[in-house]
Design a protein around this ligand. Sequence first.
Ligand SMILES: NC(=O)C1=CN([C@@H]2O[C@H](COP(=O)(O)OP(=O)(O)OC[C@H]3O[C@@H](n4cnc5c(N)ncnc54)[C@H](O)[C@@H]3O)[C@@H](O)[C@H]2O)C=CC1
Ligand SMILES: O=C(O)C(=O)Cc1ccc(O)cc1
Length: 401
Amino acid sequence: MPSRAVSAPTAPRPGGPLPWRYPHLVPETPPATHPVATSGPVKVVGTGLLGASLGLALRAAGVPVQLADASPSALALARDIGAGSPAAGTDREPALVVVATPPDVAAVTVLAELARHPAAVVTDVASVKAAVAAEVEADAGEGAARYVGSHPMAGRERSGAAAADADLFAGRPWVIVPGAASDAAAVLAVRSLAVDVGAAPVTLGAQEHDDAVALVSHLPQLAASLVAARLRETPEAALALSGQGLRDVTRIAASDPQLWATILVGNAAPVARALREVRTDLDTLLAALDRAATEGPDAPGATGPLAQVVAAGRTGVARIPGKHGGAPRRYGEVSVLVPDSPGELGRLFGEVGEAGINIEDLQLEHSAGQRVGLAILSVLPSAVAPLEAELDRRGWRVVAR
Ligand SMILES: NC(=O)C1=CN([C@@H]2O[C@H](COP(=O)(O)OP(=O)(O)OC[C@H]3O[C@@H](n4cnc5c(N)ncnc54)[C@H](O)[C@@H]3O)[C@@H](O)[C@H]2O)C=CC1
Ligand SMILES: O=C(O)C(=O)Cc1ccc(O)cc1
């Protein structure tokens, strides 16, 4: 993966923290901050969360971005946060078109863009791939050679450009789904796009992709929604006791119902298979709980199945990359001991800036009576090793955590 865009804290890049997202502060053609293979122009159709995030990331890399959306206000918002310029008849022909509309209109939009831009490579970022690929391949004719499906495994529980983030794709897998007819050059263009915005491309077949995301994305969404739905009538006094466990399990329950209904019907069979397996486990749990409720907690056959379900979950959760194994997170962390004396924190920030690295987030841990504090700097994953080396060279105590 090439090194990601980094800049000193004193010179935030477009798409970074507010107020740099506002147009009067975003230069028309931002300077390239790292070398990219995508020369553009890139046209983004559908300028919501995904499309606007992609526009911000590409513009931060100096790539010209043209924007289109069926909703004029969605388009205006994406323009105003600095994700690109509205597509116009006088534009240069795009080299690459990225369709970031809801999945139910992805194929028809891909087909329209293949026809509108006869030399462009076209991809989509829809969360389901087999249905989109089948429709495009059936109707695109020779244009199918220029189509390559894709799916960045990066997003959040909010929709629209207001939630967009230039770093959304950093360190995340981006699934590339070449069709039987896709040209090698088209596949390379889409892989390069993923790499240029900091993602890690992974190639899969369309059905293989859909089966995988049923388990790692679609079932978790339903599980979060099912648990959170129980809270609708939970008494306030009980809600007041909510802890981190509930928050961890329900974050994505805040997702957009319409988008998710479209994703789920688009991947119906694999999701139904996964839910039936959950139903089998639920039946086992219910039988054990009913036994305990009627015969008491020591009833034969009550404790065993409950422990088995929890143990199976423990085995499963240990297999999630990044959760325990340290695989890519959105940001990496560098922990540095900072002497508890005036100006030391400022000196640290200054030296991180001199190293050309942007601090994305910061935590300070400090215990009363200690003569040092711990500064935990969040930086892009690719900046962790260079920053640790540079701080070490400058005499800071970098702490392994
Ligand atoms: N939300 C997420 O976390 C992720 C979403 N995706 C996929 O990315 C795509 C976009 O999702 P979001 O950005 O979250 O949705 P969004 O709702 O934030 O944005 C979708 C945009 O598409 C526009 N649109 C709708 N129909 C259109 C049409 N026919 N022509 C042009 N524009 C149209 C809407 O006006 C809206 O601005 C979906 O296919 C989704 O499955 C992929 C990865 C993550
Ligand atoms: O918010 C999260 O953690 C997500 O996982 C978001 C997400 C939603 C839909 C996708 O197709 C991919 C990723």
